[in-house]
Design a protein around this ligand. Sequence first.
Ligand SMILES: Nc1nc2c(ncn2[C@@H]2O[C@H](COP(=O)(O)OP(=O)(O)O)[C@@H](O)[C@H]2O)c(=O)[nH]1
Ligand SMILES: [Mg+2]
Length: 291
Amino acid sequence: MVASRWLTSGPRGRHMPVLVPAAQHEVALAAKAITSGTYMPVSEVLALSATVSVVIPTLNEAENLPHVFAAVPSWVTEVVIVDGRSVDDTVAVARRLRPDVKIVMQAGRGKGDALLAGFAASAGDIIVAMDADGSTDGSEIIRFVAALIAGADFVKGSRFACGGGSADLTRSRRFGNKFLGALVNCLFGTHYTDLCYGYNAFWARHLDTLALDCAGFEVETLMNIRAAMAGLRVHEVPSYEHRRVYGVSNLHIVLDGWRIAKVIVREWRQFRRDARRPVTDLIVIDLPLTD
Ligand SMILES: Nc1nc2c(ncn2[C@@H]2O[C@H](COP(=O)(O)OP(=O)(O)O)[C@@H](O)[C@H]2O)c(=O)[nH]1
Ligand SMILES: [Mg+2]
């Protein structure tokens, strides 16, 4: 007897859910670590088989780097600095503080462009993105890594989750973040408590899924939307944002707020197009069935 079955084939759309064999991947990592004996002790009760890259974009942060590096745990596999043509001693200070630091000289401009270059240069199984101004605290990296190990694909830091907070947010930035976050939650059905925060982490194998393509401060918004639209398991962990230690923010609330709003609208249009698109990649195959 022969029966016709409809099966999907071909590559999935950018916003189609991607089923990720996370458990398989993590079990394979653990198996590799057991056979090669390469567990990295994290604390008295925890060892890690995954390697961790920390990506830090820098623009004139020489004075802040000692504070930032001091809090990065020793079990982090590599630190990647992406420098946006700093005119101070940022690169020299980074090399002095951590001789094994990986330095990427940014070709383009903007924080998003820097993060993309840093992600591409990372060798770790896990990538953590944080800031170089002392506002994001390296001692929280374990929270992000633990959430990934526990099954998340993408982990967002949240200043508004229970246990989080900020000493750096001005009233207008807090309002803008709330407004844009509510817009994203409404348009994409997410339940994010924080949208524009620079402390995030994900399994490096999801880089292609995220397919990041932006240059500025809208990068975190884009990551959050793409992670949700790709069907990745997104967890939030509480994070406390300290005040920038030295210097001033490079973010311009109106210009960068406008860029973020444009990215949200662009992604929403794409999301609607994907939802309306007829499924054209179906093929029929005949399967012989036995009685
Ligand atoms: N490489 C690079 N880093 C940048 C650029 N703009 C900002 N950053 C870094 O991105 C992080 C966040 O920037 P910041 O000015 O503190 O913005 P805020 O935290 O939103 O107020 C800091 O580590 C900056 O040094 C850029 O154009 N290139
Ligand atoms: Mg900052």
